[in-house]
Write a protein that binds this ligand. Sequence first.
Ligand SMILES: O=P(O)(O)OC[C@H]1O[C@H](OP(=O)(O)OP(=O)(O)O)[C@H](O)[C@@H]1O
Ligand code: HPA
Length: 182
Amino acid sequence: MQHYVERDIEKILLSKEEIAIRVKELGEQISKDYEGKDLIAVGILRGSVVFFSDLMREIKIPMEIDFMAVSSYGQGSKSTGSVRIKYDMQEDIRGKHLLIIEDIIDSGWTLHNLLEQLRGRKPESIELCCLLNKPDRREVEVPVKYIGFDIPDEFVVGYGLDYASKYRNYEHVGILKRSVYE
Ligand SMILES: O=P(O)(O)OC[C@H]1O[C@H](OP(=O)(O)OP(=O)(O)O)[C@H](O)[C@@H]1O
Ligand code: HPA
């Protein structure tokens, strides 16, 4: 059966096979960097769920997991200011090494604002891990230690990423046809 997403995408940007190779590399790097450390990985809902579940299985050291859901104020023309926490993590991160897992960094405001808030909770360290990075869209500098892929300024869906809450359940990352959103 043809996947419904295929009707609406221009082309596949990253196949599930390419993604799997890169996710394995990231998992190996994270496993080395955090060996002997108290690691907690926190996934940002909802876009990161597919990446998160694949990545955690490539991390070969003890770890905790948790989740948050956030939204930036002023979506569209995303502005400075705070991020609204819609669902907070359940674990206390004081003294732990926190690794935030995101699907994509675009303007950078979501992660910039989230970092500000989480620093106040006094984790031992905080690092960011994003599957996708759109460097051409950045409005604020954000230190992302682990990046899966730099991608062009195109709207992408699949592997957890959505447009209007659809397309998350597509196994590849595809470029959405402009006719879908213009
Ligand atoms: O760098 P920025 O310009 O701030 O954009 C990146 C954010 O936008 C997306 O979230 P979205 O609000 O679409 O929520 P979702 O994860 O539920 O899809 C994505 O998951 C990041 O959180
Ligand atoms: O290209 C994208 N796709 C899905 N969600 C996003 N949020 C920022 N950029 C994107």
